[in-house]
Design a protein around this ligand. Sequence first.
Ligand SMILES: Nc1ncnc2c1ncn2[C@@H]1O[C@H](COP(=O)(O)OP(=O)(O)OP(=O)(O)O)[C@@H](O)[C@H]1O
Length: 512
Amino acid sequence: MTQKESNTINLEDTFFLYGRSSKYKYLLKLSPTTLTITTVSNENESRSLPLNNVKIIPIDDIYGCLCMKPLINSKQCYLTFYQYVLRPPQGFSGIFSKKPLLHRSQHIFSYGKYNDYDTNHAEVIRWHRHIVQAIYLRRNLPLDIVLTKRDKRALVFVNPAGGAGKAYRLVMENVVSVWSEAEFSYQIVITEYAGHARDYVQSLDLSEWSGIVIASGDGLVYEVVNGLFSRNDWQEAVKMPIGHLPCGSGNAFAASIIRHSKQPIAESVEKFVVQSAILIATHQVLPYDMAVIDTCDGQRVFSFLSVEWAVIADVDCDSEKYRFLGGTRFTVEAVKRILRPRIYTGYIDYLPYDVTDDTVQRNQITSDTTTAQLHHHLLPLNEPISVDPTTSKWRRIEGPFSYVLITSKSALSQDTVSTPQSTLADGYLTLQFIRIRGSTRLNLAKTLLSLSDGKHFEYDFVEWMPVRAFRIVPAATDGNLMIDGEKVPYGPLQGEVLPSIGRCMGKQPRVD
Ligand SMILES: Nc1ncnc2c1ncn2[C@@H]1O[C@H](COP(=O)(O)OP(=O)(O)OP(=O)(O)O)[C@@H](O)[C@H]1O
């Protein structure tokens, strides 16, 4: 926020709380960062003031503000603030848990200082404009977006097949009201077939939209992201901010974005959707890492989440038949896999992450860069990688493995923390694996159970490291390999991190 812009946000006036007796009035003071509400006695009444008569609300906790007309003829006008804030659990739930919960509330104030409605209305409109401006400035959006996208709508893809068919209802019942409170403008497109969103973004006029929101699971995010990369102007297209409403059975992107902001993930599906809707409406534009991946059938795809092999790929892929269970499908399949573990033979080559490797900075993307050129360390997939320590920085891990996961984000679903230390843009991928040693069943059980809070990294049989690039070479000809939860042909597969190449609708953690 520039000094000039923030100086304009300074208002002070007296309001009444809607629906309450007029024994108190409320002095509202707006600054660029806070709204202060001071309760004062109404001069016509001689009442004592309540304790804590000053309430300071950070602008970061206000996600919207609306100006409303009275239903009946009146000179008063109303100003409503919508607030979303972490607070200790209250009432019955507070007995069992002290974990703070996100709470949505509204404050409706009436204003009637002047004798005519029009003057009061003009004053409330002025308050509304300044509050909206304060919320907007707190978002600290990049200048190009402020200059070109301020009044543009977001394009929202809703997948009617997503999340066991619940995506559309989740949006209508939980998102629409929040977005009207936040005055977030959008247009919904309901996807009609698998691949529709991908086709749609390939010919999208980028200048017409402020961002793209996906109301589905990670599958539709993958489609949209890869659709953007397949455009001739992919260099511009991948800068389009992507938001995720977690309406699928796997919602790792939304979970990783919320984890990055250091908010707890709301426990019910509906509240998680509301939490994401509020974050999207008030989002900052954050960069995130991706990976370029070459598969054995000659395809090049772009991953925003993970590469899975061995048990983790089996659970993700083979749980598809339990889609009707929603997120529980992963648990059901995991139990089966622990009881009958499979062994994956082969090896993994990797290039360790080295902070002094500045190839990425030296090779900036220009409008001439093609997606085929979008790597610095990969060889053609059929060319062997030298792992001779005297001549090469690449290293090899020999299998067999029971568990292999490579991630660029922290979450693998809303209740799975695969890589606890990951932020959205670390600049590296995290390779984690379990070699077949000791008791495979017990090790897998401990690992899969600890994924709920990311504590599996504490077991010494779970090995992990940050890598710049990798190549998985399975020895067998059949098995499961998944990219961002999508099955890909089984065979050698390689990838390299693309630091900060994507942009998402997220929030930096609060510094209070
Ligand atoms: N109208 C549609 N009918 C059928 N499939 C669709 C439609 N629109 C999109 N799809 C496809 O649905 C697939 C599943 O979506 P997504 O992953 O987003 O949701 P999900 O419920 O979490 O599923 P999963 O957990 O399997 O990823 C996507 O690959 C997408 O291509």
